[in-house]
Write a protein that binds this ligand. Structure first.
Ligand code: HEM
Length: 87
């Protein structure tokens, strides 16, 4: 899998999303919303996910429902971290 790394996109540091179960992360999301984000690059508020995450989405099409749910359960099992990384 080849992804656009920050050095290619010209950004000084990689942006990151808080995927922990914190309210500032994806704590308020449902599995259905997680599914929509990964398979349609759309957040619950309708905003699109940008690169490099947008480049991950075509690969997410290869995930089975069971694999996607396993990712979701893993992310639900990790400790909640309040602030977004890098903030
Ligand atoms: C199984 C792998 C991955 C999962 C489950 C995943 C999941 C997610 C989710 C759910 C979001 C939305 C979070 C939010 O809006 O609060 C997100 C955003 C993001 N992801 Fe991923 N991601 C994965 C892989 C990657 C990879 C490989 C990269 C970078 C190379 C990446 C970079 C990002 C970035 C930069 C955002 C923020 C995008 C934006 O603000 O529009 N992700 N990811």
């Amino acid at each position: 899998m080849e992804l656009a790394c920050p050095s290619r996109t010209g950004q000084a540091k990689p942006p990151a999303a808080n995927l922990t179960p914190a309210p500032s992360g994806i704590g308020g999301w449902t599995l259905a919303q997680f599914d929509t984000a990964l398979r349609q690059a759309k957040r619950p508020d309708g905003r699109p996910l940008v690169v490099p995450m947008a480049f991950v989405v075509p690969y997410a099409q290869n995930l089975t429902d069971m694999e996607l749910e396993a990712l979701w359960k893993h992310l639900r099992s990790i400790p909640a971290v309040p602030a977004s990384p890098g903030s």
